[in-house]
Design a protein around this ligand. Structure first.
Ligand SMILES: Cc1cc2nc3c(=O)[nH]c(=O)nc-3n(C[C@H](O)[C@H](O)[C@H](O)COP(=O)(O)OP(=O)(O)OC[C@H]3O[C@@H](n4cnc5c(N)ncnc54)[C@H](O)[C@@H]3O)c2cc1C
Length: 447
């Protein structure tokens, strides 16, 4: 059940320890500096390196992967802390790369189990839910297809009765990370959606593998990009690097925060795009439910009928384990994430008790929570275009002064908000940077 399907098939954790970084000095000069070692940065660096160019990736955190990382320490299995669904497999460049690297990919079961205050739906209730979801989805997609830059809330029917809060949560907070009033129907319509895949070894493991051997400098936050002269000068607390071009992949909300200062300031077109594409909120509350109290299938998605926006979307028995995601998002998710781990864990316990029942609450064990919203180097989940903001994605990617490129998920019009989109954007930016850099003199021609 994803952004584009109408009911498909009917309907702050430590992670893998960072490799020790030697205190080598930064190089004084490279061809291209890549800022950020998430999907976009890794893709860009691989392409530049394959073209024989000198490149360095500067990453603020002590590990690479950005919003697509797996915790290999706390769960007895690799657990995705960010991206988990491999969206749009036929358009997603990571699928072939993952398979070639030996990762096992399998289908997301997709058809959700509906739960109404701990019980299965009675006769007619599933149909009521499916009809409400289908009507909402049709209205949103019709508006998007017609190019109407209105919000999901404005396009959706308002007479979905007792299904209204559930459908608003699914289309807003869960699908998109913002509430329905803040999401453009056109941007939503543009999102490429087909049946998703999961990776047995975790999505994060795929990125970790693809980052191997790249010149990534961890724990090195860029503070300034000076593009006032020829090329760029990229400043970090460990020193300044000069380069012909810079590829900037930090999230739109990081860029909006001013944590990376541009001199001169970015052109108005990019600054406006950054402001218009701020990140929504999405967090995983990862709950241990031993003994399978809900009799759930591996990776079975659940929909819980909601009375308010203060709800969550469970994904059962991740990879066949006893670990479940309870996913929260939108304004509610942001407020809860800002309230901190204790409040998030208390919500998880209350949700399990209310929605799954006392037996599940009794066996519930550890809860781990993610903290993307409050992470200073991420500041949210993924970019969301409000009404009127859809064209800003391509504007954000426009080259700046033939030496600065902004890449990352926010710049992909069909795969925005996904790892695949981020990867594709990094490859496009690398191609552009390569076009800027004149061919290297062939060896042996020095006089
Ligand atoms: C909880 C959650 C669930 C998600 N689920 C899915 C999913 O199921 N499927 C899917 O496809 N997508 C999902 N996404 C979205 C997906 O993770 C992102 O779209 C994608 O990973 C973004 O990649 P990126 O390279 O654009 O940015 P990032 O991954 O954010 O990479 C940018 C990097 O820049 C670094 N950085 C920031 N500031 C600086 C600085 N000053 N100096 C140096 N480095 C800096 C950051 O630390 C980061 O590593 C999810 C995201 C979240 C948060």
């Amino acid at each position: 059940m994803t952004r584009r399907t109408v009911l498909a098939a009917s309907a702050a954790l430590p992670a893998a320890p960072a490799l020790a970084q030697t205190a080598r000095p930064l190089p004084a000069e490279v061809d291209v500096v890549v800022i950020g070692a998430g999907a976009a940065g890794i893709a860009a660096a691989r392409k530049l390196q394959a073209a024989g160019r000198s490149v360095i990736v500067l990453e603020a955190k002590d590990r690479s992967g950005g919003r697509c990382i797996a915790d290999t320490v706390n769960f007895g299995m690799p657990m995705d802390l960010g991206a988990h669904w491999i969206h749009a497999p036929s358009d997603n460049p990571l699928v072939d790369l993952a398979r070639a690297a030996g990762f096992q990919l399998y289908d997301d079961p997709e058809r959700p189990r509906l739960l109404i205050k701990g019980r299965s739906p009675r006769e007619g209730e599933w149909e009521g839910f499916a009809a409400a979801l289908t009507r909402a989805q049709r209205a949103i997609l019709d508006a998007g297809e017609a190019g109407r830059e209105v919000s999901l809330a404005a396009a959706m029917p308002t007479n979905l009765r007792d299904w209204q809060p559930t459908i608003e949560f699914l289309k807003g907070a869960w699908d998109s990370g913002k509430d329905t009033a803040e999401i453009s129907c056109v941007d939503f319509y543009n999102a490429i959606e087909t049946r998703d895949l999961f990776c047995r070894q975790s999505y994060g493991a795929i990125l970790a593998k693809l980052a191997e051997g790249l010149p990534i400098r961890l724990s090195t936050a860029v503070t300034k990009v000076d593009w006032s002269g020829r090329g760029v000068a990229v400043e970090t607390p460990a020193g300044t690097i000069r380069a012909r071009a810079a590829i900037v992949t930090a999230s739109t909300s990081v860029l909006a925060s001013g944590a990376i200062r541009f001199t001169p300031a970015l052109p108005k077109r990019q600054a406006d795009a950054i402001a218009a594409l701020s990140c929504g909120a999405y967090e995983h509350l990862i709950v241990h439910l031993p003994g399978n109290p809900m009799d759930a299938r591996p990776d079975e998605p659940f929909v819980v009928k909601a009375d308010t926006a203060a709800t969550a979307k469970p994904l059962a028995r991740i990879g066949g384990s006893d670990w479940w995601y309870l996913d929260i998002g939108g304004r509610f998710g942001r407020d809860l994430a800002n309230a901190g781990p204790t409040a998030m864990k208390a919500f998880a316990a209350e949700f399990i008790g209310n929605e799954f029942g006392p037996q599940a609450r009794r066996v519930m064990g550890e809860v781990h929570v993610t903290s993307w919203t409050t992470d200073p180097f991420i500041r949210g989940a993924w970019s969301v275009a409000g009404p009127g903001a859809t064209p800003q994605r391509l504007r954000l990617a426009e080259p700046v002064g033939q030496r600065v490129l902004i890449a990352g998920e926010a710049t992909d019009d069909g795969l925005w908000g996904t790892v695949g989109g981020a990867w594709a954007s990094g490859e496009r930016a690398a191609d552009q940077a390569l076009r800027w850099i004149s061919p290297r003199p062939a060896s042996g021609r020095r006089r």
